[in-house]
Design a protein around this ligand. Structure first.
Ligand code: HEM
Length: 202
């Protein structure tokens, strides 16, 4: 979630398109009416934002596997018992498969973008040990982003700009930030007046 906010903040055009999609969904519903499955299923651009966030900066960089027998991969033998680290990040950052791989570009996932790298996109791993929480994670991210863009404004504090941390506020005067101070460990604690506190890694 934090990384999605970071990328959206740095890509205002994507944030605007996401907000438009989510505002449309909210406009069909009562102010505090909960989202339903049909709403979730009508967020194509939001799913592109989630996919691209997971591609560029998934917190999980890869998966381990153990060879149960000698395995031959393109002429190399992985002996029985060896543990192998499959770097999902290396695949997701491979320029051969993802043009301008280091750029956050949610539009690359749009159906008409001509992308053919879907089979190489595995932020949740693969096979029988694939993450069982994959769909739950997507739903949670979608619901979070819905409320984030339809109810709050996100302001990056000047003093934090280089670290990409910011303040989440449902207060019109979101700039009325009282203070922010370093918290123990790597976290920064942002404590805006009359707003939601947001903690992000520095
Ligand atoms: C964006 C969020 C998430 C990411 C990127 C993620 C990613 C992963 C990855 C890469 C694996 C290893 C899969 C493999 O070995 O092939 C994994 C395993 C697992 N994940 Fe997730 N996950 C996420 C959210 C969740 C959630 C929300 C839950 C549960 C509510 C969950 C539960 C699990 C469990 C139990 C495993 C172990 C599966 C096994 O070893 O059989 N994950 N996850």
């Amino acid at each position: 979630m934090a990384l999605a906010i970071k990328f959206l903040t740095e890509t205002p055009h994507a944030l605007a398109q996401l907000k438009k999609e989510q505002d449309m969904i909210r406009s069909r519903k009562g102010k505090s009416e909960a989202l339903e499955w049909n709403d979730y299923k009508s967020m194509p651009f939001t799913q592109c934002v989630i996919d691209e966030t997971l591609r560029v900066a998934s917190t999980n960089s890869g998966v381990f596997r153990q060879a149960m027998t000698d395995v031959n991969v393109k002429g190399y033998t992985i002996p029985k018992g060896w543990k192998v680290f499959v770097s999902l990040r290396a695949v997701h950052m491979n320029e051969d498969h993802f043009k301008d791989a280091r750029t956050f570009n949610p539009w690359r996932w749009q159906a008409d973008s001509g992308t053919n790298s879907m089979s190489l996109f595995n932020p949740f791993g693969g096979g029988p040990r694939r993450c069982p929480g994959a769909e739950l994670a997507r739903v949670e991210l979608s619901i979070f982003l819905h409320h984030f863009v339809t109810q709050y404004r996100h302001v990056v504090l000047d003093s934090c700009r280089r670290r990409s941390v910011g303040v989440l506020s449902n207060n019109k005067d979101a700039k009325a930030v009282s203070h922010y101070r370093a918290a123990p460990g790597n976290l920064e604690r942002l404590k805006p007046r009359k707003s939601v506190e947001l903690w992000m890694g520095a």
